[in-house]
Design a protein. Structure first.
Length: 393
């Protein structure tokens, strides 16, 4: 009987062992099947899973209240809202009434220096900054870590700008002529001069290679202000071409991939690379803010009587039929990165794509006066402090 019991026990153990092996094989086959299905259907589920864990909702800006950075932020600014902030490569330049600073995007000071300019103005291009004293004679080129050079102009400076190759355009006025333009190279040596005897220079825009520039001059015809473009190559003292004058006060002039955009106080005019007027758009209401970057131009206008604010956007030099988007009546500033337009109002930030489609928004607890996007961050300019929120778009 004992022998029989042992034999039955062995049979039961063998049956249980076989059952466990079958279960393990089934589990392995099941897992392999799941993997195979996952591989062949990954294009359906992976983007959703990736976005759920890594991407912010609705284009990158968080819905609801934005989370402000901590650590080095907010950055306090001496003297209140007289300061200027601009992107400087992967950092930002900050100029106030008495000091020039360069900060990393994390808020760490990279350089700082005192200045004695009565009316300091900041221009930035690439990883350099040009600082000049509007109404004075001093200007300097600054890197992230040191002063590259300092110069004194012959006459009073009223306008200056900087190219992507660190060429500085400095415009002065004197009793001899209405305006004089001098171009300085990266070391501060002047190599090109243009004298304007009958019109005031109101803008200088370098081409992308810094081999020439477009000078915008202001004239008057029949009691109306007129703006005109004059194209120069630095290898020739004579103009390459002059455009027809348009009835507006030019506020800014930018090169696009297909031509030149002139943003005026009453209208926008677009020219091809030969200075021929290709399109124009007259605003229905007064302009309150504008920005242009790459091929995208964005303009804010406001009808104060109807408490109506609109954003006008277009791509390239075709502004005959722009996208017009109705905004909140308290919209303050517009910033474009070349692909999207960021609208700042008292409640927060709204983002629109180049077609005028609202793609994201974020609400802010505090009120800010301006904004600047650098990489994955948006910097918010308050009265006497700078804050930062994250953006991944």
């Amino acid at each position: 009987m004992a022998v029989t019991d042992i034999s039955e026990l062995r049979k039961k153990r063998q049956a249980k062992k076989t059952k466990n092996i079958i279960i393990k094989i089934f589990v392995v086959l099941l897992i392999c099947g799941i993997i195979v299905v996952a591989v062949f259907t990954g294009d359906r589920w992976y983007p959703y899973l990736r976005d759920m864990f890594t991407s912010p909702p609705a284009g990158g800006l968080s819905q609801g209240s934005a989370e402000l950075a901590e650590g080095m932020f907010p950055i306090k600014v001496e003297g209140g809202m007289g300061y200027q902030l601009m992107s400087m490569d992967n950092a930002f330049a900050l100029l106030d009434d008495s000091q020039f600073h360069v900060y990393s995007t994390e808020g760490k000071i990279m350089t700082e220096k005192q200045h004695t300019y009565a009316n300091p103005i900041l221009c930035v291009s690439g990883n350099k900054a040009l600082i000049y004293d509007e109404g004075g004679r001093e200007f300097s080129l600054e890197s992230k870590y040191k002063t590259v050079y300092s110069r004194t102009a012959e006459d009073v400076i009223y306008l200056a700008t900087l190219s992507s190759s660190d060429y500085a355009a400095v415009v002065t006025r004197s009793d001899k002529f209405l305006a004089m333009l001098k171009i300085y190279d990266q070391n501060g040596k002047d190599f090109f001069t243009y004298y304007s005897y009958d019109s005031r220079i109101i803008n200088v825009t370098f081409n992308s290679q810094s081999t020439g520039c477009v000078v915008t001059v202001l004239t008057a015809e029949g009691g109306r202000l007129m703006s005109k473009l004059i194209r120069f190559d630095f290898t020739d003292k004579d103009p390459k071409w002059e455009s027809t004058a348009v009835p507006t006060l030019a506020l800014d002039v930018r090169f696009t991939g297909d031509g030149i955009v002139m943003i005026g106080d009453t209208m926008t005019a677009c020219f091809n690379t030969d200075g021929v007027l290709m399109s124009q758009y007259t605003y229905e209401n007064p302009i309150t803010d504008y920005d242009a970057n790459g091929a995208m131009t964005a303009i804010i206008t406001e009808n104060s009587d109807l408490r109506r604010t609109e954003m006008i956007t277009f791509i390239g030099i075709d502004c005959n039929s722009p996208k017009v988007i109705v905004l909140d009546d308290n919209s303050k500033r517009v910033f474009t990165d070349g692909k999207s337009a960021y609208i700042l109002d008292s409640a927060g930030i709204d983002v629109y794509d180049s077609l005028g489609v609202h793609i994201a928004e974020t609400r802010l607890e505090d009120d800010y006066d301006d904004l600047c996007k650098i990489g994955k961050y948006i910097f918010l300019l308050g009265y006497d402090s700078i804050n930062r929120i994250s953006f991944s778009g």
